[in-house]
Ligand binder design. Structure first.
Ligand SMILES: [Mg+2]
Length: 351
């Protein structure tokens, strides 16, 4: 008894010393998803909240109607750099990132609200160009901007865009949970190109196609609706933080594991060439690069080939199988080997 008490006391002392050295826990210690888990516990919910915090959109019931709600912030110095992106593209991308969360549920985009914070010295033409980009992205998705807020911010431009959408006509939408063991992991387009484009900007390399993928991504609204209206698609999200990390979110929400087959990653010849020239593997861009806004789905293995053939006939982007969901809870593997997700982590880099 005395002995174990001594151990307890020692552990207690060590813990106190550690706290004294390390100081108070910060949001960096918690990480984005740890912080969300904490906040979730503080916020009461209500009967008409169908899907609360934790997915790409919240789903709420207003009368007989289900609505999809989300918002997304784009911060100068974090999400964009005016040295690389003209203001119209900054607006386009900020709106697309928000609208992509509607696509990620399989919804139709309806309305957007825009909060703009900017230094008081910001030129009128820059503000107009931002909103031209926002308007074009919203129009491309069938949404209209119906309001917002404007405030000054001495330290740069912030766009925070809220979006409101509807599920499919028969009230269907897809969440991150619902994947089954044996489901195939599939992704649209060419993940990794946006990150390679950013790399090209930062190194002053010439890579127009990759740079365009970084600046003017597309929200996959029609593709998302297609997936939500077919019952063999079990789960979905959009790739904003990197294929590996985002696919792992489906695995976690569905209480499954995941194995990605790196040989199946849909790497374009453009990305292949760029990565080779930079002495980086194209697979690392495809697995870890963020901001592609492609759709990642869990697809039932039965008739998957048919589903993929039909998708590829219907849309001008390709759907590719890149892995399998397994029953090994939250174990994320690449080519059968354990891996650390390296996608974008907010709060993990110094301010
Ligand atoms: Mg998302």
């Amino acid at each position: 008894v005395t002995f174990s008490y001594t151990i307890d006391a020692t552990v207690h002392t060590i813990t106190r010393v550690r706290i004294a050295i390390m100081g108070k826990k910060t949001i960096r210690d918690l990480g984005e998803f740890g912080a969300i888990d904490r906040i979730k516990k503080l916020l009461p919910t209500a009967d008409n909240v169908v899907e609360g915090i934790g997915d790409d959109c919240a789903v709420v019931r207003v009368g007989a109607q289900l609505l999809l709600l989300s918002c997304d912030a784009s911060i100068e110095g974090v999400h964009f750099d005016q040295a690389y992106m003209p203001p119209k593209e900054i607006g386009w991308k900020a709106a697309t990132a928000a609208l992509s969360d509607i696509a990620a549920m399989g919804g139709t985009a309806k309305f957007a609200l825009v909060t703009l914070a900017a230094p008081s010295t910001t030129e009128e033409t820059l503000i107009e160009a931002l909103f031209q980009g926002i308007a074009e992205a919203a129009t491309a998705c069938g949404a209209v901007v119906v309001g917002g807020d404007m405030t000054s911010n001495p330290s740069g431009i912030i766009l925070d865009i809220s979006v409101i959408g509807e599920p499919t006509k028969d009230g269907r939408y897809l969440t991150r949970s619902g994947a089954q063991p044996g489901d195939l992991l599939a992704v649209t387009g060419h993940p990794g190109e946006s990150a390679a484009g950013l790399h090209a900007f930062q190194r002053n390399n010439e890579a127009p196609a990759l740079q365009a993928a970084h600046c003017i991504p597309t929200a996959r609204i029609a593709e998302g609706q297609y997936f939500a209206s077919h019952t063999d698609v079990h789960a979905m999200l959009d790739s904003s933080d990197g294929l590996l990390q985002d696919a792992a979110h489906i695995a976690k929400a569905s209480d499954l594991g995941l194995n990605i087959d790196s040989a199946k990653l849909p790497i374009s010849s453009t990305l292949q060439e760029y990565a080779r020239a930079q002495d980086v593997t194209p697979e690392s861009y495809a697995l870890n690069g963020g901001e592609d806004y492609e759709l990642i789905i869990a697809l039932a293995p039965q008739d998957a080939e048919k589903r993929i053939a039909e998708f590829n006939k219907t849309f001008d982007i390709r759907l590719n199988i890149v892995g399998t969901f397994t029953d090994a809870h939250t174990k994320v593997l690449v080519d059968g080997a354990p891996t650390k997700t390296q996608g974008y982590q907010h709060f993990q880099t110094p301010d």
